[in-house]
Design a protein. Structure first.
Length: 240
């Protein structure tokens, strides 16, 4: 049987080199890219201690208007978002609180090809009382409003009851790693003037969450989710 020439693999090696040269050519479009930021998703939580659960979480889901201008690209990049979030660290005092921070950026190459920036921030307040006070709300509203203004405020549109319930379930599921299908509506209150909804959700396990949809200036993408603690009362007087 005749043996194959020693240079049989040469075409594949040359093809690989040609691909490498093509990728490296000036002006060649890269195959892998994160693209521009089309949507920013921010989650801010407050907890009493570093190893404890968050007592309340705030979420912002914000579309970023598209632009072909190089100046307008990445209008809300990582550094811009982090700068806007700094006020949330000041809770109940002049000194910033300790925190943990994570960032995730993703992009898909099909459909509208969105580029999404996810930022999660957990602030440690140091006491349970501070974690449940109104202080976190002030800093978060200020930060979220700054991001809304930077992206250009969407046209105000009324949030329907069904849309508010869906948003509440999705937000609670995101904030506390829950299955939205296990949550039922336990209370609701509509504030048409503020375009906001106050909703109560209960899981099949008995956990309850208070959710506000339209927290910042009626924008439906701004949500607060608070875990409801039930204080058990024991009767100290009993038979022996």
């Amino acid at each position: 049987m005749a043996r194959a020439p020693l240079d049989q693999d040469a075409p594949s090696l040359n093809a690989e080199g040609m691909v490498g040269d093509a990728v490296g050519e000036p002006g060649a479009r890269p195959l892998l890219t994160l693209g521009r930021v089309d949507r920013v998703r921010v989650q801010v939580g407050y907890r009493a201690r570093p190893d404890g659960p968050a007592q309340q979480q705030f979420l912002l889901d914000l579309p970023v208007p598209g632009t072909d201008s190089d100046v307008g690209r990445d209008l809300l990049g990582e550094s811009r978002v982090l700068t806007a979030l700094e006020p949330v660290l000041y809770v109940g005092g002049d000194a910033p609180r300790h925190y943990s921070l994570h960032q995730h950026r993703w992009h898909t190459s099909w459909g509208p090809s969105p580029g999404v920036l996810d930022i999660g921030l957990l602030v440690t307040t140091g006491s349970r009382t501070s974690a449940l006070s109104v202080a976190p709300l002030v800093g978060v509203v200020r930060a979220f409003r700054s991001l809304l203004e930077a992206a250009g405020r969407p046209e105000p549109t009324p949030t329907s009851r069904d849309a508010a319930i869906l948003r509440a379930r999705q937000s609670a599921a995101t904030a506390y790693a829950l299955d939205p299908e296990t949550m039922s509506l336990s209370a609701e209150e509509h504030h048409p003037a503020e375009n906001s909804w106050a909703l109560g959700l209960r899981t099949t396990a008995g956990d309850e969450y208070d959710v506000v949809v339209g927290l910042v200036d009626g924008f439906a993408g701004s949500v607060r989710v608070k875990h409801v603690d039930h204080v058990e009362v024991f009767d100290a007087v009993g038979s022996e």
